[in-house]
Ligand binder design. Structure first.
Ligand code: SF4
Length: 425
């Protein structure tokens, strides 16, 4: 079956199924893994700020609970009352949270909240997770699905846009909800977050089995690491059994916002399915804590190559200094800075978007001034489903006869012999 036919036929069903989200795990039982118990998680570090935070807001909680990622998920801050118990909310925040309905609710794990400003409504991480009135304004060119993912959906949760790779939306649940999320239309839907469904996954897997051109699967969502170890293992095993799939990636923010998720049990699962890569969603240097260092070290030690994805956000991380600190910190944590994204034009996100020139300014400040490993690729995901388009400062200064003129990172011009070239004419 041709891809276009598949797209046309499956789109409606796919979107509907994703939202309906029955949990029919019983239909396809998943073997239980023999995993270490909670005592093992006592060895996970707890930073001083975290300890002071949970003693203040969750008195009676000990390190074993705090380090239990399921406790973090259960204890997420979800309501106005819970927010107001912990943060001194501004009037704007209070009003915005009060009137919110629908997908992309407030959701913050206690650990991630411990990194946020409790009294300063302008603090960077807090701004990315507590809504404000700006979210209700619709800017020019904004859309609920700016990347036209629904159009390219070929089976429930499966987006096939590029020739040899697919995006597999495994769940609509995240441990924290970013206010600028590209999939804000899908994640944290009302009436219960999207639940795991083996039946839906089976449809996506059947499509992948039939499409031998697919060699690369990116598991995303939602956040795939909100799935249990058993379910993740089941899914990875099914995908690994497809001979033409060479490359598996997981896109996740969990190791950043809920680093306790990187348990020894999870590591055992991941190690079974190599080659497996991971893209970690980082926003700001304040996220680089002892806990995150432990999580990334466990992943790197397990042989999982780590890359980062960062969204450029106005007044949050849009200075060369902040971005350089973040990129250096990532390298120290064995994470290769991979993508810097211009913020997608989802509805109500104008207050997060910088001019495109800001991203180029940051790349210019990094390139040549620090190691190339610390310089991510700056991209715009083209609205309408055009895919990622890379932007970089143009180093070509012109041509002088047989010589190409090139600008270096300090703006000095150098001559390169290029008698057969046309570039720069
Ligand atoms: S973690 Fe990812 S999928 Fe979840 S809300 Fe944030 S950006 Fe969206």
């Amino acid at each position: 079956m041709g891809l276009e036919m598949a797209r046309g036929r499956a789109l409606k069903t796919a979107t509907r199924s994703f939202r309906k989200s029955p949990d029919d795990a019983q239909r396809a039982p998943i073997a239980k893994l023999n995993l270490p118990g909670p005592k093992a998680e006592l060895r996970f570090p707890v930073g001083q700020a975290s300890r002071a935070f949970y003693r203040r807001f969750w008195p009676g909680t000990g390190p074993a609970e705090w380090n239990d990622w399921r406790w973090q998920m259960r204890s997420r801050i979800r309501t106005l009352d819970e927010l107001a118990r912990i943060f001194r909310l501004s009037e704007d925040e209070y009003a915005a949270v009060s009137r919110h309905q629908g997908a992309l609710p407030v959701g913050i794990t206690p650990y991630y909240a411990s990194l946020m400003g409790l009294t300063d409504a302008h603090e960077a991480l807090r701004r990315t997770h507590i809504m404000t009135g700006d979210e209700y304004l619709r800017g020019a060119g904004e859309d609920d699905d700016p990347l036209s993912e629904d159009h390219d959906t070929v089976a429930p949760g499966l987006v096939h846009r590029y020739p040899d790779r697919v995006l597999f939306l495994t769940t609509g649940t995240c441990s924290t909800y970013c206010r600028y999320c590209t999939r804000s239309r899908l994640v944290g839907n009302p009436g219960g977050e999207y639940h795991f469904s083996t039946r839906q996954w089976a449809e996506a897997i059947a499509y992948l089995e039939a499409h031998t051109e697919v060699r690369d699967v990116l598991l995303s969502g939602g956040d795939p690491l909100t799935l249990s170890d058993d379910k993740l293992d089941w899914l990875l095993t099914r995908l690994r059994a497809i001979p033409h799939i060479e490359f598996l990636r997981i896109g996740t923010k969990m190791p950043v916002v809920t680093p306790q998720r990187v348990t020894r049990g999870l590591i055992r699962v991941l190690k079974k399915h190599h080659p497996l890569w991971m893209s970690l969603h980082f926003t700001h240097p304040n996220e680089l804590t002892r806990e995150v260092t432990e999580a990334t070290a466990r992943l790197a030690d397990a042989g999982v190559p780590l890359g980062s994805q960062t969204v450029l956000l106005k007044d949050i991380n849009d200075t060369p200094e902040t971005m350089t600190t973040l990129m250096h910190g990532l390298l120290k944590n064995r994470v290769k800075p991979y993508y810097l994204y211009q913020c997608d034009p989802i509805r109500g996100s104008a207050h997060f978007r910088t001019g495109v020139d800001k991203g180029l300014e940051i790349i210019k400040a990094l390139r040549g001034h620090t190691t190339g490993y610390a310089t991510p690729i700056f991209v715009i995901d083209a609205p309408g489903g055009g895919g990622k388009i890379q932007l970089a400062p143009d180093p070509v200064a012109g041509r002088d006869g047989d010589f190409l003129l090139l600008k270096n990172f300090e703006g000095d011009v150098y001559r390169y012999p290029d008698p057969n070239g046309t570039l720069g004419r």
